[in-house]
Design a protein around this ligand. Structure first.
Ligand code: AP5
Ligand code: MG
Ligand code: ZN
Length: 214
């Protein structure tokens, strides 16, 4: 299956993706994760991206579009993919359409997780991420068994530098202005599956699986 997962920052895209890609046996392509890896490695792209990310702004289309094109052309995407965090602007969506056309593949669905804005700040300021395997936790809503330690690999949990209250508010403004309009773009293609993200993690997952089966 060729899928997009969309929704505001903190909607649960990463949390749901971790399980979905296991169930569906497809690669998880998260542009946020790819950019954070580039920052960690100190590459040219990483250095450029960090300034934008820490302010809660989008990195320029010219930086990200090429990266996604290359990623989708790798052989593991032949069985499908779950794209998380891309596209985020109209030019990115148009570039994705062209890339898929060139590769001869079609999107099957766009999973759109809805969560009211007032719920999001608490989700993101309490998020913790594993430094080794990238698994996502929350200090209240999805606690690891041992505080500060990943259940899956024992790695150290850290807080993302863009998960401060001020940056989260900027990210939400940017989402509403630049990314939310893409839901209409995909509605016109009849691809959007609207999911209620304001419920327990397991409930969100079963709603997604149910919607994909239809
Ligand atoms: P990115 O990493 O994609 O961040 P984001 O879109 O802001 O989304 P998040 O990862 O913050 O949220 P999520 O929906 O994955 O939530 P999660 O599952 O972790 O992008 C970061 C930055 O990179 C951007 O700001 C931009 O600068 C740049 N970037 C990336 N892609 C780009 C692109 N295409 N173009 C340009 N720039 C780009 O969950 C959040 C928390 O809530 C966790 O603690 C989790 O445990 C908890 N939680 C999850 N589900 C529930 C639930 N149902 N109930 C209670 N708590 C829950
Ligand atoms: Mg994420
Ligand atoms: Zn881990």
């Amino acid at each position: 299956m060729n899928l997009l997962i969309m929704g505001p920052p903190g909607a649960g895209k990463g949390t749901q993706s971790e399980v979905l890609v296991n169930e569906l046996k497809i690669p998880h392509i998260s542009t946020g994760d790819m950019l954070r890896e580039a920052v960690k490695q100190g590459t040219e792209m990483g250095k450029k991206a960090k300034e934008y990310m820490d302010k809660g702004q989008l990195v320029p289309d010219s930086v990200i579009i090429g990266v996604v094109k290359e990623r989708l052309a790798l052989p593991d995407c032949k069985v499908g993919f779950l794209l998380d965090g891309f596209p985020r602007t109209v030019p990115q969506a148009e570039a994705l359409d062209q890339t898929l056309l060139d590769l001869g593949i079609k999107l099957n669905a766009v999973i759109n997780i809805n969560v009211p804005r007032e719920r999001i700040v608490a989700r993101l300021t309490g998020r913790r991420v594993c430094r080794s395997c990238g698994a996502t936790y929350h200090v209240l809503f999805n606690k690891p068994k041992d505080e500060g330690k990943c259940d899956k690999c024992g790695g150290e949990l850290y807080q993302r530098s863009d998960d401060t209250e001020q940056t989260v508010n900027n990210r939400l403004d940017v989402y509403e202005a630049q990314t939310q309009p893409l839901i209409d773009y995909y509605n016109r293609q009849g691809l959007v599956l609207n999911i209620n993200g304001d419920q327990e993690i397991s409930g969100v997952l079963s709603d997604i699986m149910g919607a994909l089966k239809k």
